[in-house]
Design a protein around this ligand. Structure first.
Ligand code: CA
Length: 471
């Protein structure tokens, strides 16, 4: 996950290597803190003056939420101010169930996005208008470096220094606590390789859908969404061998099959994985992120036992539309686990979204190393980052392309992208042993059982690392 796209310095340096990123990216936190007190418009303006905004949001698109009393002619008049045309009306079932019959408009405009936002936000009929931000995954290029224990993140034994700082899942497993096939998690990410040898047993399917009959059996608006839905391409193909390694790696940390004699083991040996693919290698947009989040909210309301979504991505600025979608998930009782970001920065000073939204269902996750240090790339924040989990040298599932076909493979990745799914897995593991636990109780269990860790003191709310040994 990458931190605020509003820091163009960070963005630019990231391209040239992580160490340079650290040495210069956060050296000016005091001046960066000024950003926090400015309006989003000011921040946008600042970013424009410093660098190209090409990768921050989709060019020539804005998301508009009109006030409920805006008439058709009011809307037409507003759109005409930016020569705008409606590309899509986003009105999910979750929005309607929340009493919103208008939804959001994704509008194309020939104008510069910031100019269009500036013009439209002044209109009294507009509740809010935002760029269609671009989010990216939070993975750090890894040079295959890792220490003794391939799966150190799953252990947590003080008698084995190589594994000491893991999350303690192995202790839970030893007690017979290995998850449950009745519990679902939503992976909001790239797609994932649901046919991977270590994931297939835990590849969940939409129980309301019948595969391949070309009918939207459960009436959720998506035809044949068996393993999830591809919001980036608007179809049911959630796996592409060329693009979905990050999503597959995340899936393996949450729920690779354990004790099956192959590959790796996830925090939950038994769980049901579902996927909302909204990113490809170019990233994903606010418009698609909202639909992805609402997808799981609607499945949960339809009776699918979704405990949490994993969100190992970030970018953009504050989006009211994204906040509202996360809140709909909150009301439905879904925990939203978010990677804290990979800028090595303090999120209290420069927020990273979605991790830094204030919705009570968010758990923001930093990354630690196998020696118990905060990972050099990890964002932190004593007010805004909740807990740390293993995120350096994490070995998990990936697809490999051999002669054009997808083959099950494994690799070690770094990133808060890898730390978040440990916590998502923890939520599913806790629910498996406490089947009546509410989302708030699961969050409390995860945070209150964190093991105090010196490197995390003053760096996150709990000052500790994930410990699921008692789950
Ligand atoms: Ca369907």
């Amino acid at each position: 996950m990458r931190k605020s796209a509003f820091n163009p310095i960070l963005k630019a340096v990231f391209l040239f290597g992580a160490m340079a990123f650290i040495s210069t990216g956060c050296s000016d936190e005091e001046s960066l803190s000024a950003l926090n007190t400015q309006s989003s418009e000011d921040v946008l303006t600042r970013s424009v003056t410093e660098t190209s905004t090409d990768s921050l949001f989709v060019a020539n698109e804005v998301l508009i939420k009109f006030k409920t009393d805006a008439s058709s002619s009011d809307k037409d008049s507003a759109l005409s101010k930016v020569s705008g045309t409606v590309a899509e009306k986003i009105l999910t079932h979750s929005m309607k169930q929340a009493g919103d019959n208008e939804g959001l408009l994704l509008v194309k405009t020939p104008e510069n996005v910031l100019n269009a936002v500036g013009k439209l936000k002044k209109l009294t009929v507009v509740e809010y208008v935002e760029p269609n931000y671009i989010y990216t995954i939070d993975e750090i290029p890894n040079d295959s470096y890792f220490t003794d224990g391939l799966l150190w993140g799953m252990y947590g034994s003080a008698t084995s220094p190589a594994n000491e700082y893991g999350c303690g899942a192995a202790t839970a497993w030893a007690g017979g606590h290995t998850g449950s096939n009745d519990i679902y998690v939503g992976i909001i990410d790239e797609g994932y390789m649901y046919t991977h040898e270590d994931l297939a047993a835990n590849a969940g399917t939409n129980p309301g859908e019948i595969e391949g009959n070309k009918i939207d059996d459960d009436g959720n608006g998506y035809v044949d969404d068996m393993y999830g839905w591809n919001f980036a391409d608007n179809n049911n193909k959630i796996f592409d061998v060329s693009t979905d390694d990050h999503g597959t790696h995340v899936a393996g940390i949450i729920g690779a099959s354990g004790n099956n004699g192959i590959g790796v083991a996830g925090v939950c040996w038994n769980v049901k994985l579902l996927n909302a693919k909204f990113m490809n290698k170019k990233g994903g947009t606010t418009a698609d992120a909202i639909k992805a989040i609402d997808y799981f909210t609607e499945l949960k309301k339809a009776g699918v036992n979704i405990v949490a979504t994993n969100n190992s991505w970030s970018g953009g600025g504050y989006s009211q539309a994204l906040y509202d979608a996360i809140e709909r998930a909150n009301v439905a009782g879904i925990i939203f686990v978010a990677a804290a970001g990979n800028d090595g920065c303090r999120n209290d000073v420069l927020p990273t979204y979605p991790a830094s939204y204030t919705n009570s269902n968010i758990i923001s996750v930093a990354s630690i190393t196998s020696t118990g240090e905060l990972s050099y790339f990890s964002n932190f924040g004593v007010k805004s980052v909740d807990i740390a989990a293993p995120g350096s040298g994490i070995y998990s599932c990936i697809p490999q392309k051999i002669k054009g076909k997808a083959v099950s493979a494994y690799a070690s990745y770094d990133g808060t992208s890898m730390a978040a799914p440990f916590v998502t897995g923890a939520a599913a593991l806790y629910l498996s042993t406490h089947p009546n636990a509410k989302a708030s109780e699961i969050i409390n269990a995860i945070l209150s059982s964190a093991t105090p860790t010196p490197s995390l003191l003053g760096k996150c709310v709990t000052g500790g690392r994930l410990n699921v040994s008692g789950f």
